[in-house]
Design a protein. Sequence first.
Length: 682
Amino acid sequence: MTDAAYRADSDAPAATKRHEDERGFSRPRPDGGQASPLDALLDLWRRHYLAAAVAGCTVFLIAARVAAALGAGRPLVMALYVLAYVSGGAFSLRQGLTALLTERRIDVDLLMVLAAVAAASIGEWLEGGILLFLFSLSNAMQFYALQRTRRAITALMSMRPQAALRKDPDGETRLVPIDELAIGDIIVVRPGERVPIDGRIVAGASSLDESSITGESLPVDKGEGDEVFGGTVNLYGALEVQVTKHAEETVIAKIIRMVEEAQSEVAPTQRVIDRIEQYYAAGVILATVLAAVIPIALGHDVAASVYRAITFMVVASPCAVAMAVPAPVVAAIANGARSGVLFKGGIHLENLADVKVICFDKTGTLTMGKPKLTDVVPVGGRTRHEVLSLAAAAEGRSEHPLAQAILEAARADGLHWTAAANTVAIPGKGITAEVDGRIVWLGNRRLLREHAAEVPEELLAQVEELEQQGKTVMFVGVDDAVIGLVAVVDGLRPGVPEMIARLKAQGIQKVVLLTGDNRRVGEAIGRQAGVDEVFAELLPGEKADIIARLRQTVGPTAMVGDGVNDAPALATATVGVAMGAAGTDVAMETADVVLMTNDLAKLNHAVALSRRTQRIIWQNIVFALSVIVVLSTLVLTHGLVLALGVIGHEGSTVLVILNSLRLLLGQHRAGLTPASPAPARG
């Protein structure tokens, strides 16, 4: 019907919000005590005052009808009708006047109240009362239906404990509000409890249910040094956790904030409908006046003409159309949030449905992001240990997956190295550092050409052979001389070929791999994954250029990356998708869509959900407009009675809501295995 019920939460009396946060979510009292009886009563009113209005309207309408049948005096009957009108129309009148006075727009609520008052003005008090009863009943039904969607989001708040068991320096523990926790505090999480805040395990081991964050249905084993997220459930062992983030900075707090912001962002289709609706509402009022004036001018009965015009106003009002877009968008965002897919706005949900090309980063996206060192090839009389220790020194402070592979291999060999100074990471090329007063560099051919005076031919031959095997080769040099190379291999993620095949079955026309790695490695990974085209040896800016070209030549393009060095590409794409983002701040901030785990199967769910949402939006729009046309035609040609017009009109709105709520159904969890994301050069 209208978006009045949709906005009902935000329009609740201010007194009912005394224990809600700045975004309208209810939360426990700050002192941790029970709500007072007054608070409980106000909360009950906030949740059910629409139903109370329907009940009041019903009771007074029946009472007025009975009083009239029993021959009661006209003043009593009129008083009961007035009470029915107040009960059924006060909320809608307030909504309509607010929209008119503050936003300068004609609200559907105002049209319904005007129609009821007009009916009363020609003596049709019962008909007007029935209109307000059905209108308020429809509002209440929509409100409760939409609450089902809202509960999918607000349930996240209940997953965030309000207190934590803090361990003091003397070893004693005491319960404190999570807002009092400071970074570095140690908290105790007992078996069966929810982790109250983000942190790192410093003692103990357990399995944790992270489904509230990642959508992962299987427990995740964690021990000392592993990260844990607030809102997840500790299943077995007791844990001591060091706090790493403030309460408002936790992953679950960010998820709640992002989803709320996404729901408030208007989808493109909704913006078009909103613009048209203003002209349409004004047109309905003009048509209503003409539908009354013209027949009267031609000599028709005044009461009958006004009655027909009122009925036309009711059936022609765009109530169902107003709900055709926001209801499915909110339901889809809720579905995605429960499944570990965060859409940061209705615009991105709609844009993903139109995507024709999807581009993937390689390292850490299509591949595991955990490469293993396979080869160390020294030259110029150097030894394996010398090449590997210098490479480890240069990469000692890097969190990049390739750097971690080198460091793990060096530690496994029992090597020791000098700490580097003046380390400089060069995007798309490699890294340079100062070690014992000399410049050590490590990277790809781009960096090689900048630093090496000459390269032995036999070394280049070995590079080609290693790259043919799908290995990533990095040259190691000191000053202007190459001293060797290291090679790593990063395997494809399980299920990637199947995921890409499903994308193509879903209608994606082209799948592209973008990588900063050399062409041979990129093409080897591309063949394994089943992509259509590979672009290799790219700098971050060049990835963005390719995406811009694909948008122009093929159509809307999505980019899937880690949200760090892929930022230019994510920004250029029609839709930027960051994956494996649980705990990764940059990924959450830069992308339009966030996959909370490292399982790319979530991308299939996101694409399917966006396209299903688009279909339901158009189903709603076509159905709502068709009902308006049919009912309006019946009113003008066959004199459809007001009661039937109201039933058809309000019924169509309820059906639009129920059709939208189908988006709450579907895959919520897919048995994922979350992994800690890492920045990628790929």
